[in-house]
Design a binder for this molecule. Structure first.
Ligand SMILES: *Cc1c(COP(=O)(O)O)cnc(C)c1O
Length: 426
């Protein structure tokens, strides 16, 4: 494929935008080469500025579960825009989306809309701290909760030591309140809780992890966390920015049959516009301003265009909940097809899948946490990524990202994708 125009646009972008991108993963640093620039997209396909077509497996990193430029979502936004784009004064559509979302998600009574997943997670932690009067939180290595300071923390030197900042600009003071545990390691979490008795406000987790590739919690681990939180008066925060309205109507809470205390959303809930949200039972949400003292606000929060996209999206998902099953079946078809090719070609691999989230790690051992995920062969991944791109398949440009299937992808597209894997490893 030819990428001249993308290459020229990237050179120009780099003059005015740091790294040429507005979010680092887009820059292809993990896979090498230069990013492609997109001109437009429809259904399952992306079209770049050099007129190459790709089957898209990132769906804007999750939101576009019904495919690109989906008519009901588009029309809702266009109609809404004609009536004004933002008021900073209440509108009816905010309540409509809130009512629908709260009806679809188990165990929540109220929801507050923000503008991104980052904001949702940051605000949810503040709410948890405000509710419990405690400062510390436990997060898991490899889980991503957006780029706010409290979450940009890496492992300290031992299981019961504090984390340390993993980005310049995050203070030691912030890092000392974030404790780090390993995914699927319940004993490690118990150790942390015991070493910080009565000081922990919340445990925050991606209930199915998607930001170190797809990693599935064991029943013992996730149920154990719920039990531990209930026993110790710790709030369990499910970061469902990725899993919410993707794995099931009720997200991971429904799929795993576990109630969280605060649930965070983003991605699908905005239908491709910038929306995040956090939701909980009424007694928890009562702590939030203006009802309670925990402050949180946003000039563009509940923006009518964003709400109209979210409402069109959730309305369709609510009415056609068989989509979740059919997406899961498509993902299984892809999983099996790719696994067969890789096995046949003698390529060491692990494929983890849950519903319509799936990822491939090029390694021998099962991938159950960040450490095992990091053992994947990145050279193989780079060749795989660029090979697939050249065959018209756009995969996440990092081995630590999950693929996101969308409803517009057909079985013919999936078969073509599997065929592309065969050609790449020929
Ligand atoms: C994408 C993501 C976020 C951050 O959302 P943004 O909208 O990018 O700020 C937080 N948590 C999880 C699990 C995510 O996948």
């Amino acid at each position: 494929m030819q990428y001249q125009r993308s290459s020229a646009l990237f050179a120009e972008a780099k003059k005015y935008i740091p790294g040429g991108v507005n979010s680092p993963v887009r820059a292809f640093k993990a896979v090498g080469g230069e990013p492609i620039f997109i001109k437009e997209a429809k259904g399952a396909y992306l079209y770049d500025v050099d007129d190459n077509r790709y089957i898209d497996y990132i769906a804007s990193w999750g939101p576009l579960i019904l495919g690109h430029a989906h008519e009901p979502v588009l029309n809702a936004v266009i109609e809404k825009a004609k009536k004004g784009t933002s008021f900073g004064i209440p509108t009816e559509i905010e309540t409509e989306l809130a009512q629908l979302a709260v009806g679809m998600v188990p165990n929540v009574d109220k929801i507050r809309f923000v503008n991104s997943g980052t904001e949702a997670c940051m605000s949810a932690v503040r709410l948890a701290r405000g509710c419990t009067g405690k400062d510390k939180i436990i997060k898991f290595a490899g889980c991503y909760h957006g780029h706010s300071d409290s979450f940009l923390i890496q492992a300290g030197s031992g299981a019961v030591t504090f984390g340390s900042p993993n980005s310049p600009g995050v203070t030691q003071g912030t890092a000392k309140d974030t404790l780090l545990a390993n995914y699927n390691d319940l004993a490690g979490v118990k150790e942390l809780v015991n070493a910080n008795k009565g000081e922990i406000a919340a445990i925050i987790i991606e209930p199915i992890a998607g930001n170190m590739g797809c990693i599935i919690p064991t029943d013992k681990f996730i149920n154990g966390l719920r039990e531990l939180c209930t026993q110790e008066g710790i709030l369990l925060l499910f970061d469902e920015v990725m899993t919410g309205f993707r794995l099931a109507k009720g997200g991971a809470q429904e799929a795993l049959n576990i109630d969280a205390d605060i649930v965070m959303f983003g991605k699908v809930i905005g239908g491709g516009l910038p929306v995040g949200a956090f939701a909980a039972r009424a007694e928890i949400m009562a702590h939030l301003a203006p009802d309670g003292p925990v402050y949180q606000a946003g000039t563009l929060s509940g923006n009518p265009l964003a709400m109209s996209a979210g409402l069109a999206m959730l309305t369709e998902l609510n009415a056609r909940s068989e989509i979740f099953t059919s997406l899961s079946e498509k993902t299984e078809f892809l999983h099996k097809g790719i696994a067969e090719v890789l096995t046949e070609k003698g390529v060491a691999h692990q494929i983890n899948r849950f519903g319509s989230m799936v990822s491939i790690h090029f390694c021998e051992a099962p991938v159950i946490d960040f450490e095992t995920a990091a053992k994947g062969n990145n050279d193989t991944f780079k060749k795989y990524f660029h090979g697939m791109l050249d065959h018209g398949v756009y995969l996440p440009p990092s081995a630590f990202e999950s693929y996101f299937l969308n409803d517009a992808i057909s079985y013919a597209d999936l078969a073509k994708t599997i065929e592309a894997v065969r050609k790449v490893f020929e």
